[in-house]
Design a protein around this ligand. Structure first.
Ligand code: ADP
Ligand code: 5GP
Length: 221
């Protein structure tokens, strides 16, 4: 005998709010390389936060792709209007993260990737701790850090010298981060980063739809 069955509501896969994956390091340790690799890996589905900066564009950079390059006056206007979620002066230039695109992305469940310094990280963590995952990238040695800055060959000697001096202050902030990776082998560091992201996406606290899912699960006959 067949009985007419009322279709039972299927448990819906839990939805979650987007998270903010923040990478910091002293200049030259490799965070732009890692950021690019994560961004280009479509399976990771990450939106890259594009900062505004008053620094000179490097030859290899594209406006509105790597940064939005703006004047100090325009930076001041954005900052004073509260349009930046965080901002900082780094190596003598201003950098900041526009707030609006981030809010929209997180609300839509989109994870966002940030390449920002420790001052900006601190500001975002203070405002939105529950949404953040912070990762600090260390170089394997100071000598290798200098080699990488030299090999990148996009900054003048004076700029490289300034960045190396500042590296010591930046490295001292490693204690503020959730995860710390030593970027000796790029492939291994990238794998570690992907593992962090995968695990953080699955954290119970982020699965806002989990309660409803479990209710539906338990309601099944
Ligand atoms: P950051 O964004 O931290 O300033 P970059 O990502 O621009 O640093 O890296 C600086 C230089 O070091 C680049 O030329 C990059 O190709 C190189 N690099 C990055 N990671 C490694 C690594 N694990 N081994 C060797 N070279 C690396
Ligand atoms: P670079 O000039 O090499 O691109 O970046 C210099 C430093 O500024 C890096 O440590 C980078 O992470 C940081 N930075 C880039 N964008 C931002 C930003 O929007 N806010 C903050 N606080 N730091 C940033």
């Amino acid at each position: 005998m067949t009985r007419a069955q009322t279709p039972k509501p299927q448990p819906e896969a839990p939805r979650r709010r987007g998270l903010m994956l923040i990478l910091s390091s002293p200049s030259g340790a490799g965070k732009s390389t890692l950021t690019r690799a994560l961004k280009e890996d479509n399976r990771q589905d990450l939106l890259l936060s594009i900062s505004v900066t008053t620094r000179e564009k490097r030859p290899s950079e594209v406006n509105n792709v790597h940064y939005t390059f703006i004047s100090e006056a325009d930076f001041g206007v954005m900052r004073d209007r509260g349009e930046l979620i965080e901002w900082a002066e780094v190596h003598g230039n201003f950098y900041g993260t526009p707030l609006k695109p981030i809010e929209a992305a997180l609300a839509a469940g989109q994870d966002v990737l940030f390449d920002i310094d420790y001052q900006g990280t601190r500001q975002i963590v203070q405002r939105m701790r529950a949404d953040t995952v912070t990762v600090f990238i260390l170089p394997p040695s100071m000598a290798e850090l200098k080699n990488r800055l030299d090999r990148r060959a996009e900054d003048s000697d004076a700029v490289i010298a300034k960045r190396l001096t500042n590296a010591r202050t930046e490295i001292a902030r490693w204690v503020d981060y959730d995860y710390v990776l030593i970027n000796d082998n790029l492939d291994r560091t990238y794998d570690e980063l992907r593992s962090i992201l995968a695990a953080e996406r699955l954290k119970r606290e982020r699965q806002t739809g989990l309660g409803a899912f479990v209710d539906a699960l338990l309601a099944e006959g």
